[in-house]
Design a protein around this ligand. Sequence first.
Ligand code: ATP
Length: 311
Amino acid sequence: LAQLYGPLNTLGSTYRSVNQALIDTEKLLALLNEPTDVNDAPGAPDLVIGNGEIEFENVNFSYDGRTTALDNVSFKVPKGSSVALVGESGSGKSTILRLLYRFYDLKDGEGRIMIDGQDIRNVTQASLRRAIGVIPQDSILFNSSISYNIGYGKFGSSSDEIEAAARSAQMHERIMSFPDGYMTKVGERGVRLSGGEKQRVSIARTLLKNPPILLLDEATSALDTSTEKDIQKALQELQVGRSSLAIAHRLSTIATADTILVMREGRIVEQGKHADLIERGGAFAAMHRDQSLTHGSEGTATPDRTSPPEL
Ligand code: ATP
């Protein structure tokens, strides 16, 4: 973690590139209260959370002012529902999450992103980020105890709350298998947890944080079937009653999402429920057919990639 302080302190373009390389963006942003290009308007109010309904309204975005990353993207995440983003590499999935988290602000004329009817550009970044939980592909843990790593989600959480969160995240039994239980040190200088275990610690932490909105970036790498099932179960617990937007690679996630958005070259080319999209016989159906043939039902639903996505 310490190695990231240097680059993050160098602002401007470095900030942007490091930003994308950040794995646990949420944690680092909390630690490094650095100014970014995104500024709060003087006297900006806090976001007032109602149901946690998200709306993208004709969003156009370009990172460099020349190439289009998002092209007239409009969709809604109704309260408590789950939306899965699918599409090939570079189609704009991560950009949607980055904009919602306000790594970049839309300019006038580029559309609007609303949460519960408030344009996110007009509210404080701190209040926005309090309302959003991020489950990255690969969580970095603090070099501290498991208890600390989970309890970080909510200031002053009790050991009972931490254990309840770990149980819901399907991590309690694994934690109890360590000689020091919840006091086991993890991270670089402690027990090395697998990717799936780190993700479950991150899910437990987010359960304690209790945000109304979730951003999930699913791992592309294959997990063994039992880990996969544990993570699915943990995520299902987490998603109850929250609005979620997931970059989805697993057919199981995609099949259970309330809405699937199929992205191509910055545009939403199809949207709907799994069964409807299959029936339509379009881009999603073709993608589904190809992947089912090569990977079976537990396989990934997007093409193999050379590098994992970062939020
Ligand atoms: P992946 O599945 O590989 O993560 P994605 O669907 O999440 O891909 P995005 O990362 O949202 O795609 O990228 C959308 C477009 O924006 C791509 O053309 C990409 O090259 C471009 N892009 C992404 N980040 C930047 C950046 N920092 N600067 C310039 N262009 C960028």
